[in-house]
Design a protein around this ligand. Structure first.
Ligand SMILES: Cc1ncc(C[n+]2csc(CCOP(=O)(O)OP(=O)(O)O)c2C)c(N)n1
Length: 558
């Protein structure tokens, strides 16, 4: 049902976004988007104003990744949008449905180059190079249609960010507006039966198939599990596809255990994944191979047809992963007799992996302490850092879908803390933990104020090693020990957090961390735990991430 009302352009955008399910918005106000903020008054929409625009976008991304629902943020055009742009390209890379609502110079200044407030030469064009799509809304009456399109495209196909903008005067103008219902989701392509048959033929001849998931399988845990059980195949993931099959399930394996099984794998099924792990991390990251020359036969299930060109499979199934896995599982059950020994082989690989991971200290011990107190449905957001990288290996088993919110291929330092705040806003009833280094945390440290102001009960664990430890290690090993720009002087994190009104304490050992985390999760308040470390104490996680050999053939880590 559509409703006609007299609204400003900003009001029309807000009502259209509400019709698309927006209940929370993250944003920083400014002159051009005042009417949009004004319309949020009394709308029932939860408004969270962070202290930097990058955080508004990261929070929307964390909201989206941890729920599967579209996250919405609003910022001023030009510098506001550019401040949010690292988060936008991160959300593009990790397939998060996010909608950006922004402004534009007054309509009579469009394209004049006169230098009006926040003017960018071609904002929608600039955005289209970063995200899925961007539109200008030229009148309040067009808002509903274009906002509907922005939401539909953000969530449809391969999800990602979209943006709409409206000129300053248009956003303030009042007009009769019809707010349409949200559009139905973009239809998924029908599953190609011939491709399914071809996949079944490959799988019928396979002895040791493996399933590798990405973000595109997060909505399909039941279907992936059905397929895995029909094949008795291990299910693995690098980052975005973690937890689809729990990593304590007999068939759920994290990356190091998967590497132990990889050399014997004869058919790989990629589900909603770019398959970075086997072909770029375990292969040569400097050499692009369109069609893998070595390794197992490749079946890919992906909703994005372009993926089949970027990494060409033997069988490509362009479809929604839930539908394709369900159908494939049904057919496989009739055609394939799964190996009885597979579960024992997987268990053995997990033991080998665990032994390798336990040498990755002190990170493995800290992660074990966190896992011990974080409930199964608790959410972890690992920042790019020594402890964060260690999570890629399986040192932190992921036990449920959407509980491990990662940065994806952009590797954007600084995403973690604000993204975790957004995840907590979306999951007030769940435990949410941010694991970050001191360097990455300081990219968004001001959001301690946001946590305090809105009572966002996120627990942030800052591993303080007074350095960009990764850079420091690389310089020490690869540049004759010449270090530059990799050590720093930090504030006193406990006093800093305290000054923001955030509960804070300092620990040194894994056991102390476990106790502190348990206490802070129980207190359900914004909290910071600093883990005080010396620079350079962490074992390098990279030998367990870029694994040219299976872990049972690796020596002790450096
Ligand atoms: C936007 C961005 N800038 C720079 C980098 C390069 N980078 C990757 S990890 C890292 C160091 C992180 O240091 P810190 O957060 O202190 O964690 P630590 O490794 O010390 O545990 C840097 C600078 C990046 N990945 N992304």
């Amino acid at each position: 049902m559509s409703i006609q009302q007299e609204l400003t352009g900003g009001g029309a955008i807000v009502e259209a976004a509400r019709a698309n399910g927006m209940t929370t918005i993250f944003g920083v106000p400014g002159a051009q988007i005042y009417p949009l903020f004004d319309a949020l008054h009394g709308s029932g929409v939860e408004v969270i104003v962070p202290r930097h625009e990058q955080a508004a976008a990261y929070m929307a991304m964390g909201y989206a990744k941890s729920t599967g629902r579209t996250g919405v943020f609003t910022v001023v055009p030009g510098p506001g949008v550019l401040n949010a742009s690292a988060a936008l390209c991160t959300a593009m890379g990790n397939c998060s449905p996010v909608v950006c609502l922004t402004g534009q110079v007054p309509s009579s200044f469009l394209g004049r180059g006169r230098g009006h407030l926040h003017e960018l030469a071609d904002q929608p064009g600039t955005l289209r190079t970063l995200i899925k799509n961007a539109w200008r809304i030229d009148s309040p009456s067009e808002a509903s249609r274009l906002v509907n399109r922005a939401f539909r495209e953000a969530a449809g196909g391969r999800p990602g960010p979209t943006a709409v903008e409206m000129c300053w005067d248009t956003m303030a103008a009042r007009a009769p507006v019809v707010v349409e219902q949200a559009e139905a989701a973009l239809p998924a392509p029908t599953v190609d039966e011939a491709a399914i048959d071809a996949a079944v033929r490959l799988l019928a001849a396979a002895k040791k198939p493996m399933i590798m998931c990405g973000a595109g399988a997060q909505h399909a845990p039941r279907e992936v599990e059905l397929l895995a059980e029909a094949l008795q195949a291990p299910v693995t993931a690098f980052r975005s596809g973690r937890g689809i099959v729990p990593e304590d399930h007999a068939l759920g394996v994290a990356s190091v255990a998967a590497r132990e099984l990889w050399d014997d794998c004869d058919v790989l099924i990629g589900v909603g994944s770019r398959l970075e792990m086997p072909y770029m991390r375990w292969g040569d990251p400097m050499r692009y191979e369109r069609k893998p020359a070595h390794g197992p036969k490749l079946i890919r299930i992906d909703i994005d047809p372009a993926e089949m060109q970027r990494l060409e499979p033997d069988v490509g199934i362009v479809a929604d992963s839930a539908a394709a896995c369900r159908l494939l599982a049904e057919r496989v059950r009739r055609a394939v007799a799964p190996s009885r020994e597979r579960v024992a082989e997987i268990a053995a690989a997990k033991r080998v992996a665990e032994a390798a991971i336990q040498r990755l200290q002190p990170q493995a011990a800290f992660l074990r302490a966190i896992r011990a107190v974080l409930p199964r449905d608790g959410i972890l957001v690992p920042e790019l850092s020594q402890v964060g990288f260690a999570t890629y290996t399986g040192a932190f088993p992921v036990l449920a879908p959407r509980t491990y919110v990662s940065e994806g291929f952009q590797g954007t330092l600084g995403f973690g803390f604000p993204t975790a705040l957004g995840a907590k806003v979306a999951n007030r009833d769940k435990a949410v933990v941010s694991v970050t280094g001191d360097g990455g945390f300081m990219f968004g440290v001001q959001e301690l104020a946001t946590a305090a102001q809105y009572g966002i009960g996120l627990v942030t664990i800052v591993f303080n090693n007074h350095s960009f430890a990764n850079v420091l290690r690389d310089q020490q090993l690869q540049f004759g020990g010449r270090t530059i720009g990799s050590r720093f002087q930090n504030p006193d994190f406990v006093r800093l957090a305290d000054s923001f009104g955030v509960s804070a304490r300092r620990v040194k050992e894994p056991r102390e961390l476990q106790q502190a985390l348990e206490a802070e999760l129980a207190a359900a308040r914004p909290a910071l735990i600093e883990v005080a470390l010396e620079a350079g104490v962490e074992q390098s996680p990279w030998p367990l991430i870029h694994m040219r050999k299976r872990p049972s053939e690796l020596g002790a880590p450096r």
